[in-house]
Ligand binder design. Structure first.
Ligand SMILES: Nc1nc2c(ncn2[C@@H]2O[C@H](COP(=O)(O)OP(=O)(O)O)[C@@H](O)[C@H]2O)c(=O)[nH]1
Ligand SMILES: [Mg+2]
Length: 289
């Protein structure tokens, strides 16, 4: 049996979370068109009994941290660098290849890396071929291939390639488990995803979600969550005129959470102002960072 850790790295928006979901065939990581949506390392397990167990990790996009929350995000990238058996280096095929190369080179990887040129569905084939060739000659690159995480193109072949590089070993996790993160985590992420979807460019980056109550009562699960922002003005935007926006947020989030939990929920959202929470170690810890 083959087992090991396969960790996904890359610049923000390369499609790392989309790829994790495609590999698992299940939506575990939230996705948005905005950068830095992912703040944690998210592990998902792909198990084929008696054949393999691959522990995939999605990571936050690699950036130069500007505030403490981002420092914490980069710490989780660093941890993922250390325990990988195989690294998947994801590139938006339309992005600058040299810049991505600089980044990958700076990681000083000690494990085999597969460079994935993502978004092939919207890349000219000539550009794609050039990029594949460019990375195939780099020292850290064992193989470079084009994929589309969104359309799930070449995902099966990618799993075969990964298995080739994985060591033999016993599984780490139960074969029925998909992740080691608690349900509460995914619920808060689903709320966060809708914030990225509904609000402008700034708001999502000032926001955290905290689940205060998660109670199963008869047929209904009650979930109470706080949405934390840094300023009163942000609270007003989150609520919207007459509470219109937060209502919309609640509806969208509830639909997703119900699908995920496969049961009816009652979702209650409060908005709270915590000045400079992104710089505050205590708050960061409280909100799970
Ligand atoms: N056209 C296309 N878009 C993609 C593909 N993979 C991801 N995206 C889009 O790229 C954006 C960023 O994706 P996400 O997975 O959040 O990127 P991350 O920041 O690296 O985790 C989203 O709008 C995705 O829908 C792909 O293969 N093709
Ligand atoms: Mg992501």
């Amino acid at each position: 049996m083959k087992t090991g850790f396969v960790n996904i790295f890359g610049k923000p928006n390369a499609g790392k979370s989309t790829l994790l979901n495609a590999l698992l065939g299940e939506k575990l990581a939230i996705v948005s068109s905005k950068v830095q949506t992912t703040r944690h390392r998210i592990k998902g397990f792909l198990t084929e009994p008696r054949q393999y167990q691959i522990v995939f990790s999605d990571t936050p996009g690699i950036i130069q941290p500007k505030y403490k929350l981002q420092e914490h995000m980069m710490r989780s990238v660093k941890n993922a660098l250390e325990d990988a058996d195989v690294a998947l280096l994801l590139v938006d095929a339309n992005d600058d290849v040299e810049e991505n190369h600089q980044l990958f080179d700076s990681l000083k990887l000690k494990v085999p890396a597969i460079v994935l040129l993502n978004k092939m569905d919207e890349t000219l084939s000539e550009k794609l071929e050039q990029a594949v060739l460019f990375f195939s000659e780099k020292s850290y690159c064992k193989k470079s291939v084009a994929i589309s995480a969104l359309k799930k193109w070449h995902i099966k072949e990618l799993i075969e390639t990964i298995l080739y590089f994985l060591p033999q070993g016993e599984p780490f996790y139960n074969e029925d488990d998909l992740t080691d993160l608690p349900t509460k985590f995914f619920v808060s992420e689903m709320i966060r995803e809708k914030i990225y979807l509904l609000y402008g460019d700034e708001i999502p980056y000032h926001t955290a979600v905290l689940i205060n109550e998660f109670k199963e009562k008869n047929m209904l699960t009650k979930i109470q969550a706080d949405i934390i922002v840094q300023r009163e003005s942000q609270k007003a935007i989150l609520l919207g005129e007459g509470g219109k926006m937060i209502k919309k947020l609640g509806t969208l989030a509830r639909e997703d959470i119900e699908k995920f939990l496969q049961q009816k929920i009652f979702l209650q959202l409060f908005v709270k102002v915590r000045p400079k929470w992104r710089e505050n170690e205590l708050h960061l810890r409280e909100y799970g960072y």
